[in-house]
Design a protein around this ligand. Sequence first.
Ligand SMILES: Cc1cc2nc3c(=O)[nH]c(=O)nc-3n(C[C@H](O)[C@H](O)[C@H](O)COP(=O)(O)O)c2cc1C
Length: 415
Amino acid sequence: MLSNKRILLIVAGGIAAYKTLELIRRLRERGASVRCILTKGGAQFVTPLSLAALSGTKVYDDLFSLTDEAEMGHIELSRDADLLLVAPATADILAKMATGMADDLATTALLATDKPVLVAPAMNVRMWEHAATRINIETLAGRGVLRVGPGAGDMACGEFGEGRMAEPDEILGAIEAFFLGEVAPVTPSGGAPGRTRTLKGRKALVTSGPTIEAIDPVRYIANRSSGKQGHAIARALAGLGAETTLVSGPTGLADPAGISVIHVESAREMLAACRQALPVDVAVCAAAVSDWRVGEEAGQKLKKNGGGPPALALTENPDILKTLGEAGNLRPGLLIGFAAETEKVVEHAKAKRKKKGADWILANDVSPATGTFGGDANVIHLIDDSGVEDWPRMSKEEVARRLAQRIAENIAAKG
Ligand SMILES: Cc1cc2nc3c(=O)[nH]c(=O)nc-3n(C[C@H](O)[C@H](O)[C@H](O)COP(=O)(O)O)c2cc1C
């Protein structure tokens, strides 16, 4: 996917620089070559040796190094790349980029380049929300600088909020999306003018995670869904420019940036939130919704009283996919469901597509031996009205990006 792509990676002085090490590994795995510039601040967090070992090449950090200038001048460094990536992009380096400063090798290369630039901001929430940073971000967006993240969550400084650098997978997704269709990565406040956003102006709904169904105030029925696949799909659709709503059951995942996330617990709450999100151009039902719930939830904690275990009478939950399929003029333009099966995967999924009135079903085997539930990889069979397409084993992020592209193509073809 990224073979022969040349990334000039600028590592600035933020705590998230440790995540950039993993990113280099992933970029190289996908065939990209990575050359690193380390700022003085960055060198407080990661060493040139780590970057050199992972990138397999010399690390540049000195504007006034005569040797470097003779071998590879700062202008050449900035031009000899397909994409410049700043990760982490600190408040400081973003401010310097916005004002056109060039007081070290990183900022000089950024000013001298004629190549696309993608930034992955990372900073404390107050720094991110500061008026100065807001203006700098807007200035850079207006100049066509691309951005991925930041996300919200717990921060290294002990605070909570927006400012966490996007995860390596997300940054990778943004880079691949850029090279795939020259698509701008998602930016809550706008992206690169003039670039194609293949789902721009479209609305998407994604469900993710498990639902949990209460037995009594302390116990519940749940399933093993981690939400990784659904969240990745929401990110990929937003990455193509769709205005995306993610309705999520309880997961351990951070809310993806730039996406409206509605947290629910039960199947009935999930259905109500999905209805609220209509109309949409595409709905992807990736949540593992409990088929059943306990008919009568106990008002108090059930106690052992010597009379044997309580009998749990189950009742059927509403079928979210089927309900969306029957939503009349509110039916999503493209309705996609997942079929998590443990046997006869394709056969069951074909039947499910008909029964639920879905356009596409993505079937996956969730038998314990596959490691699909909770794991990072998936094997998908896409079933539509023309047959079955078997996808090779790939990461959930890759499944998400491939699906998002297919959705964009389908919607574009329908006009
Ligand atoms: C422990 C520590 C963590 C820091 N983390 C961040 C950060 O995540 N984001 C940020 O913008 N600045 C952070 N800073 C401040 C920057 O390191 C500082 O602004 C520095 O001048 C940035 O230089 P550079 O962006 O040119 O590399 C941190 C500073 C310290 C001491």
